[in-house]
Design a protein around this ligand. Structure first.
Ligand code: FES
Length: 106
């Protein structure tokens, strides 16, 4: 199991366990983490699973694919650390990953 911490816009942190092979978005939904709507169910077609990856985890989480970049254009307040959480695969090297959910979601 891989621990993932979700921090909401107000600064409240929730640490949950994610399954290797699932996505960060699925981990949030499964654990009732607020702030991630995931309207399209992970198809990279809604941008309501937008998160900010903690700077320290940016490299490990990787850069967005072109399709994700395009969809991020529809997210609010996009920053250099923005990712769509349905496009981040949970893996052992992401144990401890911290992401922040934007104020506009959930
Ligand atoms: Fe829709 Fe991620 S869940 S883009």
């Amino acid at each position: 199991m891989v621990k993932i911490t979700f921090v909401d816009a107000g600064g409240t942190a929730r640490t949950v366990e994610g399954e290797v092979g699932s996505t960060v978005m699925e981990t949030a939904i499964r654990n009732g983490v607020p702030g991630i709507d995931a309207e399209c169910g992970g198809a990279c077609a809604c941008a309501t699973c937008h998160v900010y990856v903690d700077e320290a985890w940016r490299e490990a989480a990787g850069e967005p694919e072109p399709m994700e970049e395009d969809m991020l254009d529809f997210a609010f307040d996009v920053r250099p650390t923005s990712r769509l959480s349905c496009q981040i695969r949970v893996k052992e090297t992401l144990d401890g990953l911290t992401v922040t959910t934007p104020a506009k979601q959930g």
